[in-house]
Unconditional design. Structure first.
Length: 153
């Protein structure tokens, strides 16, 4: 009887496959500063940025982002993608609900949300949503962007 029970447990374990650790939620906070460029043609706008920064838990890292949107008056509503790469891995974001408006004569501020669509290495299977805020200086082309939220991996 004991032998039959042990065999049943062993068979059930073999059928279930290897065990894996459950994903857990982590606070994500990072800030990047770098260069951006963009153009507008009528009501359409597009742009891209590369920046360096650091955050938790990604550490020192880089950002590459691009987006497109619609111009309405002094503002742009935009979507796009971003890739954050650090030593522990990479996180890919889908930017949505972005809104940028000209403030001072030489700059603009922007906000939005980003969905974590995937990750690599330590961030494999990453999911979550982060918010972002930033500024862009039109004269110097310097962009600063900060992300904050929770990601699960």
């Amino acid at each position: 009887m004991l032998l039959a029970s042990l065999c049943a447990v062993a068979n059930a374990s073999a059928l279930a496959g290897p065990t894996s650790l459950a994903a857990s939620s982590h606070r994500f906070k990072a800030t990047y500063t770098g260069q951006a460029s963009g153009q507008a043609n009528g009501s359409a706008a597009s742009g891209s940025a590369t920046a360096t920064g650091r955050g938790k838990p990604i550490g020192p890292s880089t950002l590459r982002a691009s987006g497109q949107g619609l111009v309405t008056g002094e503002c742009i509503d935009f979507t796009g993608t971003a890739l954050l790469k650090g030593r522990p891995g990479a996180i890919r974001l889908s930017l949505r609900g972005g809104h940028a408006c000209a403030g001072a004569a030489s700059g603009a501020s922007f906000t939005g949300r980003a969905k974590v669509t995937r990750g690599s290495a330590r961030f494999a299977g990453a999911r979550g949503t982060v918010s972002f805020t930033g500024t862009y200086d039109i004269r110097t082309r310097v962009v600063t962007i900060s992300f904050s939220g929770r990601i699960t991996y």
